[in-house]
Design a protein around this ligand. Structure first.
Ligand code: SF4
Length: 61
């Protein structure tokens, strides 16, 4: 298991880490299978990342 290469400055990671309902997503993706993260995919290909985009491709409300 590795940490996401964008963990330090990803604005969503801290939200996920602190939100009890989303902690699982943080554990599974941000410090796990981060290559599956929609944010990671966009950022890795130098595309703009919508601020509310979640790792699973949904949008934060
Ligand atoms: S939300 Fe995606 S880009 Fe951000 S730290 Fe987690 S895995 Fe990385």
């Amino acid at each position: 298991m590795r940490e996401c290469t964008f963990l330090v400055d990803c604005p969503i990671s801290q939200v996920l880490k602190k939100d009890i309902d989303k902690k699982t997503m943080f554990k599974n993706i941000c410090i796990g299978e981060f290559v599956q993260c929609y944010r990671w995919k966009l950022r890795s290909s130098k595309q703009d990342v919508p601020i509310t985009l979640m790792p699973d491709g949904t949008y934060m409300k």
